[in-house]
Design a protein around this ligand. Sequence first.
Ligand code: ATP
Ligand code: MG
Length: 570
Amino acid sequence: MNTTDSALPVNFIQNIISDDLKIGKNGGRVHTRFPPEPNGYLHIGHAKSICLNFGLAVANGGITNLRFDDTNPSKEEVEYVESIQTDVKWLGFDWEDRMFYASDYFEEIYEYAVELIKAGKAYVCDLSAQEIRDYRGTLTEAGKDSPYRNRSIEENLDLFTRMRAGEFADGTRVLRAKIDMASPNLNMRDPVLYRILRSSHHRTGDAWCIYPMYDYAHPISDSFEDITHSICTLEFADHRPLYDWCLDALPLESYPRKVAGRPQQIEFARLNLSYTVMSKRKLRELVEKDYVSGWDDPRMPTISGLRRRGYTPAAIRDFCDRIGVAKRNSTVDIALLEHCIREDLNINAARVMAVLRPLKVIIDNYPEGQVEWLDAENNPENPEMGSRKIPFSRELFIEQEDFMENPPKKFFRLTPGGEIRLKSAYIIKCEKVIKDEQSGEVMELHCSYDPDSKSGGATAGRKIKGTSHWVSASHAIPAEVRLYEQLFLVENPDEEAEGSDYKANLNPNSIECLKNCMLEPGVAADSASHYQFLRQGYFCVDSVDSSPEALVFNRIVSLRDSWAKIQKKG
Ligand code: ATP
Ligand code: MG
């Protein structure tokens, strides 16, 4: 009998969890956490971590905590704490009543440091930051013991107490673990556990002037929360011995919430995306220096940017599933992310007509004042979506690029004397071109229509090469439409050219605003509605700039699916 459960994710972390469950490790519990530092908005890389942590827990009957890793007060803000909660929820995940802050544990984390000192496993060191680096040695050379390494326990306790009391200036002393200055792993060469830092914290205010380091606070927080599988990115692999050292060295059993088991750190490859920068420092710089309109600019790889652009949670989760979980870093083609939103919207978005660059068409033989409501299918890929009525009248708009006065060969759209089929309506013929006398620009077309050519009519089957989308001029809803290209011009914007940084790779044409677009009536202006504008791509209302008086739509993606093409070729 095949015993693989098809509902389980397929990745090496699931394999570890399955093995753990088989031998009854952690009392059969699976408890993960997502631990963002609230120093920026979440991005698509975080989405991968969120899907992984919450997804593994759900699949294995476990639970996931949201924990703000707020041990670094100078860079953290309440705005980020709030946006992170919004984004995780929007992605479809629920931490229930388990939202924590590393700062909730500051007192206990401090007490454990005192325990370490009492056990002779930590000492106060007066070397400067530079001296600590100098003493640390290199990959090929052992480090040197700090001259303060052998302070007595009493002296260490006294100094550490006074560090907390604020007796010493920032940076003058640190608390270090006493491990091994000759360890081949640099992280084990007496790493810093506490630093003096006079900086107001978003939750603890000025209660503390010493703050624990991530590598020390993280295993303690995991342990306090009974985390079983502590999943992080690859750059922490070399920190794992320190993670385990902390768990071994600390009397964590004494903490009241402790149950059977202890957390295990597991590292996976972080997501890198082509044409995208992912570091929060760089994303923050783009925001602060106004290269983009904000963290939620629709060109940003942030969750809030993708949401505003029109991405759906389902498409992002699908993307995170498809990229898988690896142990080696690589870069994912952004075309895959775009493919995922197309797959979703191809089935689920209503197809409507919108003219982005309008050209007026007057049907001279169509009665003035007459309006016909024609049937149009909402989505041929999804018949359940039914049909709607669209108005046809004497004056219409078509796309400027659907007409050419002097067309090249194989131009199958409208030309002087030529015919075109209007989608879900009639065949029209161009009789006369009206141009601006000065500029020669085409101002409007006078056409005739074939009254028998609509669906069911005698000439409906007539062979016409081109079909155009259109809207009735008097019924159309005006809107601004924003078209986007990648924010960066090169696949790897982080690869910095000499003498310039990643910003030199910014795409100066990443946004194009078309102000005079015409949408078919009935297009809803709520940000929950996604549309395919026929032949133009997928669109969604801009949740920030759009108003009932002045609609603004974003193009999520065009229809051209380069990922599907790559897959076919491969
Ligand atoms: P940055 O270095 O840009 O500030 P970070 O990794 O420090 O990012 P955190 O807020 O600490 O950001 O990340 C929270 C969690 O999300 C961590 O567990 C981290 O491993 C994970 N994460 C961050 N970036 C990525 C990524 N690109 N791919 C997968 N997981 C990521
Ligand atoms: Mg981090």
